[in-house]
Design a protein around this ligand. Sequence first.
Ligand code: NAP
Length: 291
Amino acid sequence: MEIIDGNRIASEIVAELKAEVAAISGRKPCIALVRVGEDPASVSYVRKKEKTAAEIGITSRVILPPPTATQAELFTLIDTLNADPGVDGILVQSPLPDPIDELLVFRRIAPGKDVDGLGTMNLGKVAQDDDTGFVSCTPAGIMMLLSRSGVDLKGRHVVVIGRSLLVGKPVALLALQKKAGANGTVTICHSATANLPALARQADVLIAAIGRPEFVTADMVKPGAVVIDVGINRVADPSKKTGFRLTGDVDFASVSSVAGKITPVPGGVGPMTVAMLMRNTVRAFQLQARR
Ligand code: NAP
């Protein structure tokens, strides 16, 4: 069994981007990181994105609208950032507090600055096999993890558990694309899927994006399968200083004895998400510079 080391692969991407940004003379790429409210996971994700941007040489602007910000106020903020030539990429950290409709906020971001790839145009381009857009960061990170680990999806059965707009649906579309490294045969499972364990057991590549700690157990995995665990779940653990531990959607202890390759949590998909956000930001800068 091989552990797919997301920290190592993300570090390679960060190093590549660092060299690319160092070669840029004049204004460096800039990302606006918008966080509304104090959700602890969001605070930590935005901090990590800020830190990685600094490591690469990308300028970041952290913008913290008040937790009471209205939808209209967020639209005005996005419009200002869309019009600002000094901002290349905009990320609005999910989840946004109620009653904000985050889909409408994502759609408001100009497609050329939508480095999180969650707007209609960029998601649509994924469905059209058009790689001129930005692929959302977690699905892009999963595909990069697979390709840099020597996993070609061509002709293989890929089972995705989860159909969210953030992960499940776009990663399924990417695996299905008629492109080198993809060309998978894809099954998508969700909460209404009948006989999910039997479908999961057919997977050559199993991608779990469910949000339920240790949902995937060894009896749901075909021996030798590649298992990608997207889940990041906080489970109460009084023995930890923080009071919780992070666990994935896969029961790593049992599944790692069956799988051929597996991603750990933490240190698997998580670092890739941040690396791909930075990659999209540098690309947004290059596209803007060419205009
Ligand atoms: P989500 O929007 O809550 O979607 C979860 C999906 O799992 C839904 O499609 C849901 O089905 C399905 N599901 C839930 N319970 C199920 C069950 N018992 N059987 C079968 N399917 C079930 O979550 P998400 O945003 O996709 O995130 C999934 C996980 O990935 C979370 O742990 C999240 O924290 C993590 N995540 C990690 C990263 C990263 O960088 N590593 C990035 C994003 C998310 P229905 O559609 O039928 O409700």
